[in-house]
Write a protein that binds this ligand. Structure first.
Ligand SMILES: [Zn+2]
Ligand SMILES: [Zn+2]
Length: 131
């Protein structure tokens, strides 16, 4: 099953948010592996069209797949979902807002000569023998 939230927040960022939430589902409070938790977005349309990226913090929930499916199946109201946000600690709120407002940097490959690194690694034994 796919949810629209997957497109809204880049996967790398979703994982950081999950970790900022202490790898805990915000509905059942259970601890999970980061990979087993999902980001649910409230008021998706509003999040997409207005406000600063940090405002998204009030528009998302970290949920385990079980609670996530439950929430969609039972059509939990927006108000009930927002009530869950009040359990967040100020530290967690701050951490998530920071993740969301950080600009994504384009990927720059590290300046490492792979061939040289490999040669260094394979000559390690010779190097130690010389010591
Ligand atoms: Zn849960
Ligand atoms: Zn969802």
């Amino acid at each position: 099953m796919t949810f629209p939230s997957r497109d809204l927040i880049p996967p790398v960022r979703q994982k950081r948010i999950v970790i900022a939430a202490g790898c805990r589902c915000e509905l059942c409070g259970e601890e999970y592996l980061a990979a087993d938790l999902e980001i649910h977005t409230l008021g998706t349309e509003r999040a997409r069209t207005g406000g600063s990226p940090a405002d998204l913090e009030r528009e998302l929930l970290v949920l385990c797949s079980c609670c996530h499916q439950d929430l969609h199946r039972n059509c939990v109201s927006d108000d009930e979902q927002r009530a869950l946000l009040t359990y967040r600690t100020p530290e967690m709120t701050e951490a998530i807002r920071e993740i969301l407002s950080t600009k994504l940097k384009p990927y720059v490959p590290p300046e490492v000569d792979l061939e040289e690194t490999f040669a260094d690694a394979t000559h390690l034994r010779t190097h130690y023998r010389g010591m």
